[in-house]
Design a protein around this ligand. Structure first.
Ligand code: SF4
Ligand code: SF4
Length: 170
């Protein structure tokens, strides 16, 4: 009986993530090639790539709903490039993130970067990036929309008019 329930939970979990755009979850063989190249895992956000897919494959969804790792994904797509099974872990991560956003389970790190994105045109997951950049001899701000008033206004207009704008972060 417990096996049947687990199977149902796994099927329901994968169905939800698939509906949010994450495909190929059942093709994953847990080889870990994706995790080995993920810069965000190296930066200390473990529940991405192989581990995120593992948790989905054992039917954990609500259990990890407040997990902040997904918000640290840089969308570099290295994981998708190396997967021998043709899974696209980056799409699974984004699908999980959409699920979280729909449930308003948005991490503090994400709201911080959203506020920064609105203020500067680029998003950072740390409030100390200016000091970190200055510490290695770089200008405190990267060369992004922050130095283009018209472009920054366009970014702010987009952010204020999308669904995230309704949440009142900025
Ligand atoms: S796309 Fe995201 S999950 Fe994939 S390797 Fe890049 S940072 Fe990691
Ligand atoms: S590389 Fe592909 S098969 Fe290997 S763990 Fe990642 S998603 Fe699964």
């Amino acid at each position: 009986m417990s096996i049947t329930l687990t199977k149902e939970k796994i099927t329901a979990t994968v169905k939800i993530i698939t509906e949010y755009g994450g495909t190929g979850i059942f093709k994953c063989v847990q080889c870990g090639a994706c995790s080995a190249v993920c810069p965000s895992i190296k930066a200390g956000f473990p529940v991405l790539c192989r581990l995120l897919i593992k948790k989905l494959l054992i039917g954990q969804l609500e259990e990890i709903i407040e997990e902040p790792s997904s918000w640290a994904c840089q969308a570099c797509c290295r994981c998708s490039e190396v997967c021998p099974q043709g899974v696209k872990p980056q799409e699974v991560v984004f699908a999980f993130r959409r699920f979280q956003a729909n449930e308003l389970a948005i991490s503090t790190a994400s709201t911080t970067s959203l506020i920064d994105l609105h203020a500067t045109g680029h998003a950072a997951h740390t409030t100390t990036y200016r000091e970190l950049r200055a510490g290695v001899g770089l200008p405190e701000q990267p060369p992004t929309t922050v130095s283009d008033a018209k472009g920054l206004q366009e970014v702010q207009t987009i952010l204020e008019n999308c669904l995230m704008g309704e949440l009142g972060f900025y």
